[in-house]
Write a protein that binds this ligand. Structure first.
Ligand code: 5AD
Ligand code: FES
Length: 344
């Protein structure tokens, strides 16, 4: 098999359209070796706090889109967010991810206040934000307040595909600009996409791989698309676990140092999905720290797992899953290799 790092766009499309089971197995092996070489058997943890399910956008695939009138909306207060961090800190997590819809209530001023409060109280922790597209100045303010990392999946790197997943007004161009701005500011940046989203072609997937290669993000989140019944894509078919795993492996090979989560979405489609993702090259898990009473309101897609478990239960559950796969849970900040010892 030719080295995928050296394939042209056309070669990658041909390769993926004609891939054999043997080649898939070979890629899994290569990815697993690469992860072992660079990160060993460690799986890093990020405590996820879903702090608002209000969103001004209307992405066709997403359950918390503004147009979904069937969900109950919520916002956590600064105090509630700090409580979640406290729980996470006691469980041993040293990274928190604040994720939410694009909620205008959380102005830059409010976000800066929250970021500062978390970094003041938990100076040994890394803080990741995942709150969508913002102007350069806003990203800079959060960074100066102490945010370390930012997750913004690009969703698809193909223009035509992007316009089929999002209403007019959202553009791939702006999405990419946000990612480049985040890099310029100095964040550890996470991009990513869904596997099997409606209208996705092999060409679009190859565009994703080539864009990731160009951007060189520190983190890459990929999970299968799963329909959410109150969205325009509610009747579409879900992506597959198998294809998601293939892309986890491909990304591990293309970006050997990337931090790649075994996503909740892959665990939702297959009870052993996260274990399989780790075997395929992933090295991060994101246990949920959101208060139990809001969990079922953050439904990006149907049947999402971990909505009924307390934070401590999620920890035990994940720890067991990781151990049974032959790996160990690591509670450190889990910075990207280029960031080690830089600022902690
Ligand atoms: N299925 C799978 N993943 C989804 N996301 C949003 N909606 C869905 C869905 N229906 C993903 C997007 C987003 C991340 C937070 O969740 O990729 O960036
Ligand atoms: Fe939450 Fe398994 S990780 S219940």
């Amino acid at each position: 098999m030719k080295n995928i790092n050296e394939m042209s766009k056309e070669e990658l499309i041909f390769f993926l359209d004609n891939i054999t089971d043997e080649e898939k197995a070979e890629l899994t092996q290569m990815a697993s070796k690469s992860r072992d070489k660079n990160y060993g058997k460690k799986v890093y943890t990020r405590g996820l706090i879903e702090f608002t399910n209000y969103c001004k956008n209307n992405c066709y695939y997403c359950g918390i889109r503004a147009g979904n009138k069937c969900i109950e909306r919520y916002r956590l207060s600064k105090e509630q967010i700090l409580d979640c961090c406290e729980t996470g800190h006691q469980l041993g997590y040293r990274t928190f991810v604040l994720q939410g819809g694009e909620d205008p209530y959380f102005t830059d001023e409010k976000m800066v206040e929250i970021v500062k409060a978390i970094k003041d109280e938990f100076p040994d922790c890394a803080l990741t934000l995942s709150i969508g597209e913002k102007p350069y100045e806003s990203y800079k303010k959060y960074y100066d307040a102490g945010a370390d990392r930012y997750l913004l999946r690009h969703e698809t790197a193909n223009d035509e595909h992007y316009s089929k997943l999002h209403p007019a007004g959202m553009s791939l161009e702006n999405r990419k600009e946000c990612l480049w701005n985040l890099k310029k500011i100095g964040y550890q940046v996470g991009a990513g996409f869904m596997v099997g989203s409606p209208f996705q072609t092999t060409e679009a997937l190859v565009d994703d791989l080539l864009f990731l290669k160009e951007l060189q993000p520190e983190m890459v989140g990929i999970g299968p698309f799963i329909p959410q019944k109150e969205t325009p894509f509610g009747e579409e078919i879900a992506g597959t676990v198998e294809k998601t795993l293939l892309f986890v492996s491909l990304i591990r090979i293309l970006l050997p140092f990337a931090l790649i989560p075994a996503t909740t979405a892959v665990g939702t489609l297959d009870p052993k999905g996260r274990e399989k993702a780790i075997k395929a090259g992933a090295n991060v898990v994101m246990p949920n720290l959101s208060p139990i009473d809001v969990r079922s309101k953050y439904l990006l897609y149907d049947n999402k797992i971990c909505t009924g478990e307390e934070a401590a239960e999620c920890k035990v559950c994940l720890e067991n899953r990781i151990k049974s796969t032959g790996f160990e849970m690591d509670g450190s900040r889990g910075d990207h290799i280029n960031w080690r010892d830089k600022d902690c």
